[in-house]
Design a protein around this ligand. Sequence first.
Ligand SMILES: [Zn+2]
Ligand SMILES: [Zn+2]
Length: 152
Amino acid sequence: MRKSCQHPRHEGQELSSLTGRLRREARKVTGPRAAILEILRHHPHPLTIKEVFEELPKSGCDLATVYRAMQMMEKLGMVKRFDFGDGAARFELMNEGDNGHHHHLICTRCAQVVRIEECFPAEIERQIASKNGYQAVTHRLEFFGICPDCQK
Ligand SMILES: [Zn+2]
Ligand SMILES: [Zn+2]
């Protein structure tokens, strides 16, 4: 039997203290967070921490602050992280009611980004899960190619 079944009250306390902690931490980053969200809102595609930082007003926060604020917002499910394979994490705003699951097609010449709605059939994840005894299998995937402009 799971411990939480024997101590439901205890688990409740842990949960509320976790929420409280997240709220406190979220408040701490409110200033930079609002500015970062505003920048992400105006970009249809994921931005790196550095790109966000460069668009922020010159006063105020440093790169480390942007980094911490972004990590917190990722934890809170406000932004989603993408990896375009160049070593820089990229972040995109999560819209309400959006689970954020989509992919991108990236031009290897000019770095243009297109949002892709196509995805694996759910059956493939089910197969991978059952073959390996896993649960809650998901995936990250980006596509690369040469855009129409760069073919000219
Ligand atoms: Zn291109
Ligand atoms: Zn997918």
